[in-house]
Design a binder for this molecule. Structure first.
Ligand code: GTP
Ligand code: MG
Length: 239
């Protein structure tokens, strides 16, 4: 019986994954190319995810103010519309390029590659990607990052890690943000941390406030130790 046209292969053809059938598989190939580029440059790449309004851009601004004189930092930031977040981050003193997704609810690896045409990452020690604000679809797309860091604001409720498990399963660090509001709302950090660890036993948890600066030193130390580790990897490869 003859095969359907879509299944016919010429004799001797190279067998490859049919990426046209799988968006996520295609995304993985592009993500690998980003990971390889960052590895070659010794750039630490961090994907920042959270619900809308959990404090990602404010955290980028405060992190920039603390680290911009110590290391070279840059931020790619995704939103459905407007350049507002990139403008805020540039005002904090680091290069930032806005990726406008025109309604797409997450960033994809191919969008990051396109953004590289507008942001030169050569010599950058720490590149952040601020993802589109939601805990659902950004979880599925690898952007070639070394670490995924998810903010959970105290105002969102401590029940979210179990309700949006994939995001917490794929994150290395959960940041409980807006800690300055904890005295006023019924959010239990330990309950959120326990749920996150039940989803992902490896996840680390830090609590911070970009407004008061509480926990910012521990966050910056977490970052700097990983920037140094990435540089050490590069030096090892060069030997
Ligand atoms: N009380 C308090 N408010 C904060 C803190 N961090 C951010 N905010 C406020 O929360 C609101 C949203 O902050 P953004 O940094 O814009 O949040 P975002 O996650 O970047 O938002 P999207 O990019 O739209 O998803 C702003 O009004 C901030 O001033 C914090 O640590 N404490
Ligand atoms: Mg933002």
């Amino acid at each position: 019986m003859a095969f359907a046209k879509s299944n016919r292969l010429p004799v001797g053809a190279i067998q490859c994954d049919n990426t046209t059938l799988s968006l996520l598989k295609a995304n993985d190939y592009v993500a690998k190319s980003i990971r390889d580029k960052m590895q070659t440059q010794g750039t630490l790449l961090i994907n920042i995810t959270s619900s809308a309004g959990s404090g990602k851009t404010t955290l980028m601004q405060e992190t920039a103010r603390r680290l911009k004189d110590k290391i070279k930092m840059a931020v790619l930031v995704g939103d459905l519309e407007t350049e507002r977040d990139a403008i805020r981050i540039r005002e904090a003193g680091v290069p930032s390029t806005q990726i406008v997704t025109n309604g797409v609810c997450h960033l994809e690896a191919q969008m990051i590659v396109q953004a590289f045409d507008h942001l030169d990452t050569t010599g950058i020690d720490l590149l952040f990607i601020e993802n589109v604000g939601n805990l659902v679809c950004p979880a599925a797309f690898d952007l070639g990052e070394d670490y995924r860091v998810t903010l959970l604001a105290s105002t969102e409720g401590d029940d979210k890690p179990k309700k949006y498990p994939r995001m917490f399963l794929t994150s290395e660090l959960m940041l409980v943000s807006k800690a300055d509001l904890l005295p006023y709302i019924p959010f239990k950090v330990e309950a959120a941390a326990q749920d996150a660890r039940e989803v992902n036993p490896e996840i680390e948890v830090l609590t911070l406030s970009s407004t008061t600066g509480e926990g910012m030193d521990a966050w910056c130390e977490w970052l700097m130790s990983r920037v140094e580790a990435k540089k050490a990897e590069l030096a090892e490869v060069a030997v």
